[in-house]
Design a protein around this ligand. Structure first.
Ligand code: NDP
Ligand code: 8X3
Length: 249
């Protein structure tokens, strides 16, 4: 079995790579940070004796996506699972004060990047007559919170695309699912606040957030249901979080 995981250099994607490796999957791991991909590859090969292909590319660049996917050798082409995980929030501010470059980064990564990868990989899955696409959305794709405007919009788009892809790929026997997490402690908030680690730390202060492993286990569980079962959508929250804004601290 083969899984391709985007954004495997950190957080949820990295934990998902470890979870699938634990269950014997061979992996295609992707991200922009080459060194991290190389480190993860050697750890996975050493610890789990699986085959790993690293593909270093930026999901925002359609040519890079196409070239990387076209370079996949035939022994890695029978992709069973695609985890569309690469994504980010950039900034947290009102619409009137939002930074255009933050908006473009989120739209280009979370929507367009996910689309580019999906287009190319779904074509391979259609040829193979099998596959499962698991999209990582968010509670931000189900609700909108103050200052979350554009990030929430991109995750609402992922929610819509998850539903749309499921319709389009139904005749080809390809499953489409989404995992929508609440707060997960990863590098997410460091990225959101442009590297401000102190501010990021405060997001998770005095709470027990989800761990990336919790999401990874859920993704693997979805992927390992019997052939006749598809989990369309899961919303998974830390126990201390009732919705986007109600958090017990
Ligand atoms: P991290 O910042 O820890 O990981 C993000 C991953 O995405 C990294 O591996 C990064 O790799 C990759 N990535 C980002 N931009 C690009 C790009 N342009 N091209 C290729 N890869 C990219 O955050 P998380 O693990 O938390 O985030 C993973 C997903 O989970 C995201 O879609 C996020 O929106 C979603 N999510 C996160 C939640 C949270 O609270 N943490 C809650 C709900 C959803 P690299 O930098 O090497 O390119
Ligand atoms: C990440 C969760 O609540 O910061 O998608 O938007 S939240």
């Amino acid at each position: 079995m083969i899984a391709l995981i985007t954004g495997a250099t950190s957080g949820i994607g990295k934990s998902t790579a470890l979870e699938f490796a634990k269950h014997g999957y061979n992996l295609i791991i992707t991200g922009r940070r080459q060194e991290r991909l190389a480190e993860l590859k050697s750890a996975l090969v050493k610890d789990f004796k699986i085959n790993v292909l690293e593909l270093c590319f930026d999901v925002r660049d359609e040519k890079q996506v196409a070239d990387a996917i076209n370079s996949i050798p035939s022994d890695f082409k029978a992709i069973d699972v695609l985890v569309n995980n690469a994504g980010l929030a950039a900034g947290l501010s009102t619409i009137q004060d939002g930074k255009i470059n933050h908006w473009e980064q989120m739209i280009d990564t979370n929507i367009k990047g996910l689309l580019y990868v999906t287009k190319h990989i779904s074509q391979i899955m259609i040829q193979n007559k099998k596959g499962h696409i698991i999209n990582i959305g968010s509670i931000a794709g189900k609700e909108v919170y103050a200052n979350g405007n554009v990030y929430c919009a991109t995750k609402h788009a992922v929610d819509a695309l998850n539903k749309g892809m499921r319709i389009d790929l139904l005749p080809h026997g390809i499953k489409v699912s989404a995992v929508n997490p609440g707060m997960v402690e990863t590098e997410f908030s460091i990225v959101r606040f442009d590297g401000d680690e102190e501010r990021a730390k405060k997001v998770y202060e005095n709470i027990v957030p989800l761990k990336p492993e919790d999401i990874a286990e859920t993704i693997y569980w979805m992927a390992s249901r019997p052939a006749h079962v598809n989990i369309n959508d899961i919303l998974i929250m830390p126990t201390i979080q009732a919705n986007s804004t109600t958090v017990l601290r």
